[in-house]
Design a protein around this ligand. Sequence first.
Ligand SMILES: Nc1ncnc2c1ncn2[C@@H]1O[C@H](COP(=O)(O)OP(=O)(O)OP(=O)(O)O)[C@@H](O)[C@H]1O
Ligand SMILES: [Mg+2]
Length: 307
Amino acid sequence: MSSAEMYNGLKVLSSYHRKGGVGKTFLASTIAYLLATGGPDGTGKKRRVLVLDYDSQQDSSKAFLQMDAIPGDDEYAAPTHPDYKEINDPDWPGRNTSTDILFDSPVYEYPTAFEGIKVLPSEGNVDRVLALTPQSERLVSTITSHMKDWFSIPDLAEDYDIIIVDNPPSKSPVSAGLLGAATHVIIPTEPEYDSIDGVPMLLNRIDRINEDRTDNPLEVLGVIPNKVQSKSKLTQKDRIALSKLYDKNGPTAAYMSQFWLTQRNCYRVMERPSVDESHFNYVHNHYAIDEMTKLYQLVENKIWGGK
Ligand SMILES: Nc1ncnc2c1ncn2[C@@H]1O[C@H](COP(=O)(O)OP(=O)(O)OP(=O)(O)O)[C@@H](O)[C@H]1O
Ligand SMILES: [Mg+2]
């Protein structure tokens, strides 16, 4: 099977890093918007996107859906599906999360304010996955095989061009399991020690996944330095961190993107969540548009090769 045939041509992109706060959610939701709208200038192919949120903080769910606050809880519940009344499914309670996929429960993706983007929100606490198997060492492979089965459903490739997965931080079996089922991965990293130190380990994990996937290897779109200070504010420490990543003799250079994402106020959208078009205004921001265009082109070209 070639990678083009895996999941009937449907692509699965994972935004991945073990460290928290590096920009996994920012990249996942930005890429979803860029692909669905044909890039910052809107002239590219408009892709049909499904966002799967597995992050317990539910940030990308909140970027796309009006989640239901649970009184007395700091988590949100998935809202009632707008088509609940029309979809006549006795096994479906009218709301669902990305974790329901793993339990073979019925899942109906939620529409968003954007025509080309649907979402399955995160259920917050993801501990329910521990019930999947009593053997904890098998949890990762159990999740991988569940997700591979789901991504292989032919209807899914008819409805979507790409599924974008937002991962929880840490060594969660959920993110490891999902990575094993992805076709592509993108790795945001901050230019500071903890974050860059994890990158070679991630690349190692990907090599190990690919030992079993010789016909359809998991492809790294790139490692993207994120939250990089503008040139005038770049500290000596940042410079050293970045030069380590781009060191030609090091393990990461071959995967590094040719551009950075700068630390910008307009990108701090999670601090002001909204579920309409204005959430993504930053993509068209005069100062940001150059790096947004490069991000869009990287993803489009590496996944579809300009087709
Ligand atoms: N380039 C940037 N400039 C400014 N703020 C940014 C940038 N990238 C991300 N942020 C902000 O930093 C915070 C953390 O980013 P984000 O939530 O995407 O990270 P994460 O890796 O998903 O974190 P977690 O591991 O907690 O899920 C968010 O408030 C986000 O809006
Ligand atoms: Mg996140």
